[in-house]
Structures are given as C-alpha cells and as structure tokens.
Ligand binder design. Structure first.
Ligand SMILES: *Cc1c(COP(=O)(O)O)cnc(C)c1O
Length: 387
C-alpha cells in the first residue's frame, strides 16, 4: 500500500501500527520497556531518545497525516513547542511571532527568552507584511498560529511561508486548532507544524501530549535537542494517542459540521452581538480560510449583547460544561475575561476585542440540536433583569 495514496481516514485507522507478530492481535502492542538490548542492533532504544516502538508508531501516523517526512510525539504541546523553538534559536538570535498566540507560548517567550539572550518581536497584525516588517538581520524564525485563540483570526499561511523562504528563515506554525485533518501547513510551504495533542489529536480530554511534524533533516536537529530537554512521551500515552487518532478524521468531520450549524444559529440570534467563526461568509478572512483549510474546525467564539450575563449563562448550561481546555468530544465553553485574559484590565481586553461577554466555545460531537437547545435554554435564564 503506497502511503501517499491513502485517504485521511485510512491513515488514521492504519498508518504506523505495530504488527503483533506474536499473537496476531488487531492493535499495536504496548512496549513499556525502558531498557533495550544494545549489542548487535541498529537502533539503541531508550524512552528519552524518542525511539521506542510505540513512540515511533504514533510518530509515523502523525507524519502521514501532516504530509511530513517525519514526526515526533512529546510529553505536552509546550514540550514540543519549547524544544523546537530552542532548537532553532540560540543566544543572539531573533524571532518574529504573531501577536495572537496561545497563552502558554506567549509566557514561554516573555518569561524565558530574554534570560537566554534571545530577542523577539510580536507582529502588529496577521498579514504577511506585518511579519516581514519585524524581520531583523539576526532573525531566524517566523512563528504563526491560525486559526488563533480565542478570536479565530486567520493568517494567510502561504504568504507567511513565502516571506520566510525569501529571507532564509525557518517557519513554524501552531496547528493545534485546525488539526492535520483541517489544515496541512507543510503543503503550503511551512517548515514545521506543531501540535498540542492534548486537544484534537487526543480528543477525549484524557491525554496530555504534543507533536512536531517536519522534514527528516529538521527532525534530526530537533531530536538532538529533545534528548537533552527530556520531554518524551510515555509508551502508554503513545498507545492512547495512537488509539485516539484512529477516530480523528471522523471526529473532526463532526466537529466541523456541528460548529458550522451552531455558528449559523448564533449568528442570527438576537442575544448575540458577534460570532467569530472562519466558516461564516461574514468572517473577514473567510476566503483565505476556504483556500487553506479542508474544514473550518470545531472552535468558535461569540459575544453576548449587554442584556445578557455571560457568567449566569454558563451556570445555566446543562449539557455544555464551562471548562478550561478544548477540543474534546464533549462541548465546553470558557470566558476568556475570567480565565486566559483575567490579568488584563477591561481596557486592555477591549483593545484586543476580548470583552467581558465574549465566550469561547469548543463544539463537541453531540447532536447539534441538543447543543443548540442547551444554549437557547441558558440564554433565556441569563437575560439581565433591570432593577
Ligand atoms: C493547549 C495548547 C497548547 C499547549 O499544549 P499543552 O499540551 O497544554 O502543553 C499550545 N497551543 C495551543 C493552540 C493550545 O490550544
């Protein structure tokens, strides 16, 4: 079977699996060994060398999905992101990052980089020209994230990749929100695709993992750094991740169609001021999203009008759970002003369009009608009564 010709669902179900030679079982055996024979072998295996059978198996599956030569699983999304950044950034180097990036990645940059002598600039916007404007003679990396969190901003991946190529820089993307089902940045010219596998790749809210997918040459470099940083994923977690990815394609298809239906419902609801979803024609970058994504994803954000109390709304929800993370099979919701952006003042939040009534909605794979009914019921009870 030529791997290149397989469809995504077949890749999800089969690529990378370890054949059970001993018993003929249907699934990859779990090899928990932390010590392997070293004499007369080609590969000296050790868990922190990222080369145990289960680590290699899940890496192959992720690589095939991302259209990458190789991929490596990590102990968390941040382990994948930090290890990869520190592979390509040394003392004296500079990086340009998109202004809207995941909070943990932002903290890594502002809390650690200066101490390590690494210079950084955030872009003013998300256009390719905004990235180019910040490039300095010592710039080594361009870093983007699209769709972004929590406003689902879309950056033109091809355009940013072209800027990186023009200036001889390494381009990296945090592809967590889209998943490799909805977006394959390497096909668009990006060098390195990063994932929090805690989100869609895991998908059941019970795994913390990360992944990096790129060329063989870059994996070799990242691997050298990764051995020293030590953020390897346990074999049991690799097995769970491999198991989860078997259904990634069908899950993401359902996340996509549910989110589209709910975005359209919210978009016409009188309680809703604004909906942020790349699948809506009203999204300012809908055309770019359509060109670079295979599906618009399961994440959306919406802002309630002032007549509604967002905190009360969350309390009244019965099916949808207010919760910190995202991308599980269950629908969850979060108020950025009370969580990820709580440390900003209301004015600072307003400056980045994150009002106190903005909700980030991770649409699950339940029946869309049930999610809509839950939202409708909670909205009725969240109307602010004038005193
Ligand atoms: C969650 C998340 C991360 C970090 O992943 P962890 O697995 O929590 O370390 C990075 N980027 C995005 C977009 C995320 O949502």
């Amino acid at each position: 079977m030529a791997k290149e010709n397989l469809g995504v669902h077949t890749i999800c179900a089969h690529v990378g699996e370890i054949k059970d030679e001993q018993f003929g079982g249907a699934v990859s055996p779990i090899y928990m060994a932390s010590s392997y024979e070293y004499m007369d072998v080609d590969v000296k295996r050790y868990p922190r060398y990222f080369n145990t059978p289960n680590q290699e198996a899940v890496g192959k599956k992720i690589a095939a999905l991302a259209h990458a030569e190789m991929a490596m699983p990590f102990a968390s999304g941040m382990a994948a992101i930090s290890t990869t950044l520190f592979t390509f950034l040394n003392h004296g180097d500079h990086i340009v990052l998109q202004n809207e990036i995941y909070g943990g990645s932002f903290n890594l940059v502002v809390e650690e980089f200066e101490k390590m002598g690494i210079d950084y600039s955030f872009t003013d916007g998300v256009e390719a020209a905004d990235f180019e404007a910040k490039i300095k003679p010592n710039t080594k990396v361009l870093y983007l994230e699209t769709p972004s969190n929590p406003l689902l901003t879309i950056t033109d991946i091809k355009a940013v990749a072209a800027i990186a190529k023009k200036h001889g820089l390494v381009s990296m993307i945090d592809n967590t929100f889209a998943s490799p089902i909805n977006q394959r940045p390497l096909d668009l010219g990006i060098d390195i695709s990063l994932h929090s596998a805690t989100k869609y790749l895991g998908g059941h809210s019970d795994i913390c993992a990360g992944a990096v997918a790129t060329s063989e040459v870059y994996i070799e470099k990242i691997w050298q750094k990764a051995k020293n940083m030590g953020g390897s994923l346990s074999d049991f977690m690799c097995y769970l991740l491999e198991r989860s990815i078997k259904t990634l394609g069908v899950r993401v298809d359902k996340h996509n169609s549910n989110a589209q239906e709910i975005a359209e419902f919210l978009n016409t609801h009188s309680a809703v001021e604004k909906v942020y979803y790349p699948g809506l024609p009203s999204h300012p970058k809908h055309d770019i999203a359509k060109a670079q994504m295979h599906g618009f994803g399961g994440m959306l954000s919406f802002e309630l009008t002032e007549e509604y109390d967002a905190v009360q709304f969350q309390k009244e929800l019965q099916l949808v759970k207010p919760s910190m993370s995202l991308a599980g099979v269950e629908s969850t919701i979060l108020l950025p002003s009370a969580t990820s952006h709580a440390l900003l003042t209301p004015e600072q939040r307003a400056a980045v369009s994150i009002s106190d009534n903005l909700l980030r909605f991770s649409i699950g794979i339940e029946n869309a009608k049930d999610i809509i009914n839950d939202v409708e019921h909670a909205l009725k009870k969240a109307l602010v009564t004038l005193v």
